[in-house]
Design a protein around this ligand. Sequence first.
Ligand code: C2E
Ligand code: MG
Ligand code: MG
Length: 911
Amino acid sequence: MTRLARRSFLVCCLVFFSGSLFAQEDIRFGIATVRPKAHALTQWAPLGVALNKAFPEYSISIEVFTPAEIQAAVSARQIDFVLASPSSYLLMANRSGLSAPLVTLSNIEQVRPINEFGGVIFTRADTTNIQTLADVAGQTTAISTKGSFAGFEVQAYELSRLGINPDKDMQLVTVGMPQDKVVESVLSGKATVGFVRTGLLESMAGEGALDLSKINVLNRQQLTGYPFAVSTPLYPEWPLSAMPHTSKDVQRKIVSFLLTLHENKKLTDLLGIHGFDVPADYSSVAKLLRDLRLPPFDIAPTFTVSDVMARYRWPIAIGLIALSMIVLLGFFLLWANRRLASEKMLVQTQASKLNERKKQYQQLAEDMPLFLVTFTPDGKLTYLNDALLKFLAMPASQVVGKNFFDLICDQQCEPLKERLNLLTPVDSLASHQQHYGIPEAAAIDHQWIIRGLFDDAGNLSSFQAVGEDVSERKLAEQEIRNLAFYDTLTKLPNRRLLMDRLLLALTGSARTAQYGAVLFLDMDRFKTLNDTLGHDCGDLLLIEVAARIQGCVRSIDTVARLGGDEFVVLLEEVDESPREASQKVAHIAEKIRAALAVPYQLKGNEQHSSPSIGVSLFLGVEQAVDVILKQADMAMYQAKDSGRNAVRFFDPIMQMEVENRAALEADLRHAISDQQLYLYYQIQVDGERRPLGAEALLRWIHPVRGMVSPVEFIPIAEESALILEIGGWVLDNACQQLQLWSHSEAARELTLAVNVSAQQFKQHDFVERVSAAIRFYQIPASRLKLELTESVVLNDVVDVVTKMHALKALGVSLSMDDFGTGYSSLSYLKQLPLDQIKIDQSFVRDIATDPNDAVMVQTMIDLAQNFRLNVIAEGVETEAQLDFLKANGCMAYQGYFFSKPLPIKQFEALL
Ligand code: C2E
Ligand code: MG
Ligand code: MG
């Protein structure tokens, strides 16, 4: 039988007897063990014996349990005192309310008490790659069991401080108890690292089971007085505690016994311990368990908010501030992101719009009829639009890169280049006219506007140019100029251009002191020719006339057409001497006259025409342009008066006449208002010299001029509208006179003839005026006779005839004055509703002496009788004339032979 077996047997017997002999109070000691129970029981049995002996009143038993069994025993309150490892104790104290440690176990080693222990982490001494704790990560590690406080938990706690978690970072190999197996695993190479409790290595070495030199303890602590190698801090030895139900008295007795146990050297030697000490501080163990979250601290404690707040106030505050800043930052980033997104969208839409615009402008540039081009400062083309390409008749590929100046203006570009060089950012525009004289084609003109483009620094970056084909516009301008200054029919300068040239000629004459001349031409009877042959023939004649005149003068002279059949020739620098100048001009005028008198071939017909030419010389600028023209015009009239087809120089006497005429006209305007007009009456008689009536003849008695003859002033009045006023005055006065006569015995039956001028008769309300006068003066219309001349009829025959019928209808009689002097013809005599013809005095004058006139007068009287018209002869001055007229059947007479025209008083006296 071994020593251990013998001791166990003895202990059992003692325990049995001591319990069965007395009926005492039971006190049970529960002792935890990780070693075989028999082994532990043998160790602790002597303690039971000693206790029973010391306290006979109690029946004290010692029982050993595995760690799991002792917990169950504690929960079931089957024991009164508990000796367990520190971790196990803390677990049970927490769960089952064990008392605070009463005493702490004190071991013995080489006669010294040791009441602390720790963990050892080791490798084989020949493992060179693991020298520090940090090196154990990833290593295969042998452990006895995970539940072992000194065999695993203290090592794990130590490694956790370095951030190594054995469960995760190491390959654990659990070899079970006793821990000698861990040492064997490492030595045999099954594991590289081993975890054991302090003292094991030394005890194995003591037993001869281990050579310590083969072992390397990692993180070896230098603890003075501690006999074992250790890798971790030291923790207190096992505590003894009491169950809550254990009486304090028993506890006191037991504690006092245990605290003095070390004095019983025999017993402690049997137990293999030093004894028991006052209780150690187990807070380091509790901290380890708490930090490793091992039972009983494996369940997270329930905290209240205030707990957390109390403990983590500042971290929480800082955390919250940080969080809110992060949230704010998050919001800001979100907002910024949104904004960025919307701005991006905006930029994209703008970009697409811009692109659209760009396309539009590009299209516009392409479709534009104008030329568009851009080029670099040295002329290299960078862009041309279609219009320009079309004009150049080249594809874009051939043109881009070429020189603008070479393409557009070739050799004539220097002035343009110089102008472009002078451009500045302020004055950046230049224009350029390009004329292309193209052989055998119409010339082409281009108008360019060129703009220099400058960068912000004011450096010229490029040019852009817009060009336009202005050929048509130039042609149109030329056309307008032609229309404004030239006569469309003959292409000769018109009045306007003539006046300009005449003005220049005057200054030229002043400068050279040479005479010039103006020739005023009017084609004779052109109106008749135009009316009879038609306007197209008239036009042909005028064109021919223009050509013939031009053929007679030098190229420096101006031939102009004023309109109608009037032409003017301006001759410059004729001569310094007036005599010589007159002769030369007369010669040229005569040449023109002769040339224009040559018959014309118009549409296969030969036509005769001739000019009347008036000439006016000028020297210097004394005379006004229009005066010179007027003088030539006057001279032309003189030529006409002289029988046409003639040349006449303006003469000053004629000028005077003209001026007189003008003065007369001016005076005539006041004649009515100033009561300078009078009616004279010339009697008209029958064959028996009985008064039939009178002709009212107008007299103007001017305060200075005296009596002015109607032959003088009536034509002047007829040239202006004055005749209408005067005619109205005459008609009114004649009617008034008839009214007076209607009350007079002698004059009641008389008719009164009033002369009516063509203009007066033309008035649209002439008939109404006559009718109104008759009504106003309440006179018998038959007493009023109107004397019309053939010029009246020459106007609008239909209108004249209508008016004459209307007058006849009123009862007014109509007489044809100066019959035989005009175009008197049978045709109109037939049409016109006349009552009388008045044979002109020019025929009467010579009837007694000129057989031709006699025949004429005879014919006129016959004619009148055939048409049943009354006949009166005027200008009868002699008895012979009267006799001839009487003999030929004339019915009435007027003339000096009977009486001159007389003022009313004298006339009435004559009656
Ligand atoms: P007329 O109508 O042929 O008038 C006849 C002219 O012959 C008058 O001249 C008259 O004085 C003149 N006379 C009459 N008998 C003789 C004669 O025996 N021998 C000569 N040598 N002459 C004679 P007068 O008064 O100088 O008028 C000239 C013309 O002026 C008129 O020619 C008429 O055409 C025009 N006239 C006169 N008064 C008026 C008028 O009130 N209205 C218009 N429209 N014309 C008028
Ligand atoms: Mg008359
Ligand atoms: Mg007459």
